[in-house]
Design a protein around this ligand. Structure first.
Ligand code: ZN
Length: 603
């Protein structure tokens, strides 16, 4: 009789219960039906195809574009005693042959492959010889031509899966707006698939956006005060800034390393390795870093420059706190960044339609930065998810942002949009409001409008800020169609009528840099009990020792969460040890006794 998903979850992975949607998804695949899974990173996506692959007859084929991630996942699966392997271009032909042989002999339950491999005719012949449990298509958003992770091979995956009717397909992604979602379903041939959309909320992440005064100094203060000797990622826009920032942090006592495409492969790899295998490294990187990095205990992600879009922001900040413990998403930005982004956009390759979409994405991102309302609401709203309450875990909710009553300003702005015909952008609208007789204003006779000059009490920058905030709040929208101007929305009416107040964010005052330094490495655990804290640190050292011997990242041995539970529960027997979250049978056999001894010695 085959095992139930819950049995596998407990025995192999050491977890007691499924999270949102996981069980339904697994059942769908076990029943031989297709599934489309939209789940944020860190919420247990891979379990959804790993467990059916283990249970079902044959091998589960997992398509993944990220070599590093493949290797990580296979490493972690093997630690749990799962027969897993990968095939990609990093291997020698001999190695590949050996793995293919294993698969042919039925000695493999999960096989990760790069998309190029799956499309090869030779590989197809190989597939014809083996029973296939399922096709899992990970990072399914790579199918979208509009996205920044577009992989042309993904468009052809359906050719392969169509040759195996009856084999269930499961497509998974962590980042998708509604357009991308439709694209995935359509292009991967999943119109009949059951769709599972999980909440995108990452409740343990605290979102903060601040005005940039001196980015590097602000960053240093942030690390010193909140994340001293903890793992983190800092994103910068250019390689030069990544280098400079890393050296500056080093000079100031932070273990920081740069990472970008301009470095030689060997140094880059060694920096990535250190980040994965030690637990207090800060990597300062361009966007080249992070794809395929699956490190659960990253305590903060900082942006010294604006990310390229909300999707990128969500994805990048999503690398923080995958273990569910408190983590920070911290960003500073200035008007100069905005100008730089616009310039970059103007000079970029790509047609008008592409640029317009990018432009709109930028506006949304800026709206997010300047919003004085709950950031989680704005972020989730972007992905089409309503978040009914304020979250209490962002700078806006914690009332770190000063606001002003912008109701009258909003009325003027919206009215100006309306009177100019709902087809102009912020720059021209601002000219009309302030009363600038520009060539364009005169040509369009906008100096004769009622709204001309009614807004001379605010500066141009303030008006731009008002427009961005109105856009962010949904009081205005931008057409992606032929016209690139602002349009009113349903939400505009009550504001224009004066029945709804609008609170706007004030430009924050320059931040005063604090001098104090208070290292707090175990802050994140928030363990009240000193004794528990001590035991936890001991277990952490033991983990590091084991990880070094095996040349594995520490979290592959056990997650922080597991160690924390051990420190609290203090199991004294193997049976008791199995009750700890994250301890399955394999890991109990491998490491159980050493940890039990350490706990015993502590008594
Ligand atoms: Zn909030």
């Amino acid at each position: 009789m085959r095992k139930t998903p819950l049995e596998v979850l407990k025995k192999v992975f050491g977890f007691d219960g499924f999270r949102e949607n996981q069980q339904e998804i697994i059942q769908t695949v076990l029943d031989g039906r297709d599934a489309f899974v939209l789940m944020p990173t860190g919420s247990g996506k891979s379990i959804c195809y790993q467990i059916p692959s283990i249970i079902l007859n044959g091998v589960g084929l997992v398509v993944s574009p990220l070599i590093a991630l493949m290797q990580n996942q296979v490493e972690a699966l093997r630690q749990n005693g799962v027969r897993a392997a990968f095939l990609n271009s990093s291997q020698s032909p001999d190695e590949s042959k050996r793995i293919e042989l294993q698969v042919l002999n039925g000695q493999c339950d999960i096989l990760y492959v790069a998309p190029e491999r799956l499309l090869m005719e030779r590989f197809h012949n190989f597939l014809m010889k083996i029973p296939i449990a399922l096709f899992a298509i990970d990072e399914a958003h790579c199918v979208s031509q509009w996205g920044h992770d577009f992989r042309p091979e993904y468009l052809r995956l359906v050719e392969v899966t169509d040759r195996f009717p009856g084999v269930p397909r499961i497509a998974l992604t962590a980042t998708a707006d509604s357009i991308t979602r439709r694209e995935i379903v359509e292009k991967l041939g999943l119109t009949d698939a059951s769709q599972f959309v999980s909440s995108f909320d990452r409740p343990n992440i605290n979102y903060q956006v601040k005005l940039k005064v001196n980015g590097k100094k602000q960053l240093l203060e942030f690390i010193r005060n909140d994340h001293f000797s903890e793992a983190g990622i800092v994103y910068t826009r250019t390689r030069k800034r990544a280098d400079e920032t890393a050296w500056w942090l080093q000079e100031n006592g932070v273990k920081a390393l740069p990472y970008h495409a301009g470095m030689d492969a060997q140094t880059r790899q060694s920096h990535q390795r250190r980040f994965l295998r030690e637990d207090d490294i800060v990597v300062v990187a361009t966007i080249a870093f992070g794809m395929g990095i699956d490190k659960p205990d990253v305590r903060f992600v900082a942006h010294l420059d604006l990310p390229s879009s909300m999707e990128a922001y969500y994805q990048e900040t999503g690398r923080a706190g995958r273990d569910g413990h408190p983590a920070d998403a911290w960003m500073v930005y200035s008007l100069a960044d905005v100008v730089a982004m616009r310039r970059l956009l103007e000079t970029s390759d790509g047609g008008a339609a592409f640029k317009r979409i990018q432009q709109q994405k930028l506006e949304v991102l800026l709206g997010y930065c300047e919003s004085s309302a709950c950031r989680r609401q704005a972020l989730l709203g972007y992905f089409g998810e309503a978040y009914p309450d304020v979250c209490g875990n962002c700078d806006a909710c914690r009332q770190e942002i000063e606001t002003w009553d912008g109701s009258i300003a909003a009325q003027k702005a919206l009215s100006c949009v309306y009177r100019t015909g709902q087809r102009f952008g912020a720059a021209h609208l601002t000219d009309v409001l302030i009363g600038n007789r520009t060539e364009r204003v005169l040509q369009l006779k906008h100096d004769q409008l009622k709204t001309f000059g009614v807004g001379d009490d605010l500066s141009q920058a303030e008006w731009l800020s008002v427009f961005r905030q109105l856009l962010a709040g949904g009081f205005l929208t931008v057409d992606i169609g032929k016209i690139s101007g602002f349009r009113l929305t349903e939400k505009s009416r009550p504001v224009l009528k004066g029945t709804q107040q609008v609170q706007l964010r004030k430009d924050p005052h320059p931040v005063k840099l604090k001098r104090s330094v208070k290292p707090s490495s175990s802050k994140v655990l928030e363990l009240e009990d000193e004794e528990v804290k001590k035991l936890f640190e001991k277990l952490r050292l033991l983990r590091l020792e084991i990880a070094r011997q095996l040349e594995l990242p520490p979290y592959v041995v056990f997650h922080d969460k597991t160690l924390k539970e051990m420190a609290i529960l203090k199991p004294t027997s193997r049976t008791a040890m199995l009750q700890v979250t994250g301890v399955g049978e394999q890991k109990l056999q491998r490491y159980g006794d050493r940890f039990l001894d350490a706990i015993k010695l502590n008594e």
